[in-house]
Design a protein around this ligand. Structure first.
Ligand code: HEM
Length: 482
């Protein structure tokens, strides 16, 4: 396998005290392992007795689910009822969707040794790495989750808030007031900055400048490139060559940051997620095996980046768009932004939650069964996949009356009944960054509405982009200084 990195690209970044060939070898090992693994082999699944669903070819159903899910889910729900089966590539493998809160409860409470979530994310392996929290299952997942959790608890979140606020204030101060712009683009820039500074803890301007484009290229890597990454011969050509080179360079920067941080004199006082993870490993790691290795740290950081960047940006962009369409709600949000403390926060929190209800960023979560199980009365064979449809859970009138209406009051001072609002999934796989996303969202909304009036420009609708659903026209807004 040829090495395709162009060394000179990173020459001006002061990072290379370590052996550069060493980090390239780590990246190469990741690619090789993903190539050898070649995806898990699951058994053929007997489709007899599964809930009804369309009989179209698997290719058509796969495309409908991946590209046209905003039409496909409601169609399936209307035609087949509360539980329906779609058959997907490869080999018409069944994916059974459940739409009622009690169904979601059963799936989220399923034994994690049997209900695997990592399998469905295997395609992200070459980028996220085998240690990624999103890719692991069973004992490995439990261990990684335990090490990551303290960096996302309430105490840790409070220490991130100030930096998020500063980044948001700076971003809003640079918004144009003489023309409309895509709020989704600006929110993507903002949330990336939050990941780089608050999660990775990078402060060196040169390194930040080197990281930004490489991180952006990683986030934007096309599913078509990922799908055939396991064929090493392709790595010498076109988009694969560029993706491999980008990964080599990104890894080099990240390993440099990780190694320097381990020996940083201020490690004990630092509040960023990476420093916490290093400390957590050292404090809880009587046994060296408990500590997170450089490779594990890299894999988890890239996972946090990919899972936490565009998702949060999208929730924020929809919030701005919806508030920008309703002057009364906008004024109420400005009043909340001006009011420091829990009452103001409660309204901003409700805005964000309602935005994620009406525009779910991720449409479904799935678990693949390692043993036959009965789920909501359905006998599901080993190898089949089950999942709650977030899209339907959020749009059922029995869960949320008048579901098409944007109304933050639904969430003000109370939560809706359990499992009727599930934008972050649930159970032991519930989004580890949920609290982080809410803290970040509230801080950003506060800074935006303290500074400007927001008006939505035109209408928008969801567009499928990889696994997330983003505003097709970028949630365009106009702003004026208050
Ligand atoms: C509005 C923003 C976000 C949304 C809508 C969202 C949504 C989700 C969903 C639906 C899952 C799968 C849950 C399941 O399978 O039950 C998930 C998992 C995950 N999310 Fe988020 N997320 C957001 C923000 C974040 C942030 C800010 C981070 C980190 C900084 C993050 C990190 C993760 C990780 C690491 C996982 C895997 C958890 C595991 O498998 O144990 N997410 N997220």
């Amino acid at each position: 396998m040829p090495r395709t990195r162009c060394r000179s690209n990173l020459d001006d970044v002061a990072i290379l005290e370590h052996d550069e060939s060493d980090t390239r070898a780590l990246t190469q090992q990741r690619f090789d392992r993903m190539t050898l693994a070649g995806g898990d082999r699951l058994p053929e699944v007997d489709l007899a007795g599964l809930p009804d669903g369309p009989t179209w070819p698997a290719l058509v159903q796969t495309v409908a689910l991946l590209r046209f899910r905003h039409w496909f889910h409601p169609y399936l729900h209307k035609k087949y009822g509360d539980i329906y089966t779609v058959r997907l590539l490869p080999k018409g493998r069944p994916l059974i969707f459940f739409t009622k809160p009690e169904h979601a409860k059963e799936i989220f409470a399923g034994d994690p040794e049997i209900f695997h979530a990592g399998k469905g994310n295997a395609i992200l392996g070459p980028v996220m790495g085998e240690h990624s929290l999103l890719l692991q299952d069973g004992a490995e997942h439990k261990r990684a989750r335990k090490l990551l959790m303290p960096a996302f608890n309430g105490h840790a979140l409070r220490t991130y808030q100030e930096m998020v606020t500063e980044i948001a204030r700076d971003e809003v101060a640079h918004w144009p007031t003489d023309r409309p712009f895509k709020s989704h683009d600006r929110m993507n820039v903002l949330t990336l900055e939050v990941i780089l500074r608050v999660v990775f803890g990078v402060t060196d301007e040169k390194r930040l400048a080197a990281l930004r484009p490489r991180v952006n290229r990683t986030v934007n890597v096309s599913p078509a490139v990922l799908m055939v990454w396991t064929i090493p011969a392709l790595h010498r050509f076109g988009p694969w060559k560029a993706a491999v080179q980008n990964q080599m360079e990104l890894d080099e920067l990240m390993y440099a940051e990780i190694r320097e941080r381990r020996t940083a004199p201020d490690l004990a006082e630092r509040t960023d997620v990476l420093s916490r993870l290093i400390r957590e490993g050292e404090e809880s790691g009587d046994r060296p095996s408990e500590r997170l290795s450089d490779t594990e740290l890299r894999d988890q950081l890239v996972t946090l980046l990919l899972a936490g960047h565009e998702t949060t940006a999208t929730a924020l962009a929809w919030s701005l768009y919806e508030l920008g369409r309703d002057p009364e709600l906008m004024r109420r949000t400005q009043a909340a932004a001006d009011e420091p403390g829990p009452d103001g926060d409660a309204w901003l929190d409700a805005v964000l939650k309602e935005s994620m209800r009406l525009h779910p960023v991720i449409p479904m979560v799935v678990r693949t069964l390692m043993k036959p199980q009965t789920v909501a009365g359905v006998d599901v064979p080993r190898g089949a996949t089950v999942g709650p449809s977030i899209l339907i859970a959020h749009s059922r009138p029995d869960n949320h009356p008048d579901p098409e209406r944007f109304d933050p009051e639904r969430f003000l001072g109370h939560n809706p009944p359990t499992n009727t609002w599930i934008p972050f999934g649930g159970g032991v796989r519930r989004c580890i960054g949920a609290g982080f996303a809410m803290m970040e969202g509230v801080a950003v909304l506060r800074e935006v509405f303290k500074a400007v009036d927001v008006t939505a420009v035109g209408t928008d609708e969801p567009l499928v982009r990889n696994i997330t659903s983003v505003p097709r026209h970028g949630a365009r807004i106009e702003v004026a200084s208050r």
